[in-house]
Design a protein around this ligand. Structure first.
Ligand SMILES: [Zn+2]
Length: 62
């Protein structure tokens, strides 16, 4: 799991969420923040915890 602290808020401790990472795929599975809990949707914490997409995967091979 990955701890995510949103330090852009005045009280970062109140915006401390835990993102659950799938050990097999490395993809973010869940987050403890209200956005994901109540809407079951991807949130910025999950997106921030994902590794960047490999460029070679989407770019045509020359
Ligand atoms: Zn979140």
């Amino acid at each position: 799991m990955v701890d995510v602290i949103n330090e852009s808020h005045e009280n970062p401790a109140n915006h401390h969420y835990v993102v659950t990472i799938d050990d097999m795929t490395g993809d973010a599975m869940a987050c403890t923040c209200p956005h994901h809990t109540y809407h079951t949707a991807d949130c910025k914490h999950m997106a921030a915890s994902r590794p960047p997409l490999p460029i070679s995967h989407s770019a045509p091979s020359l």
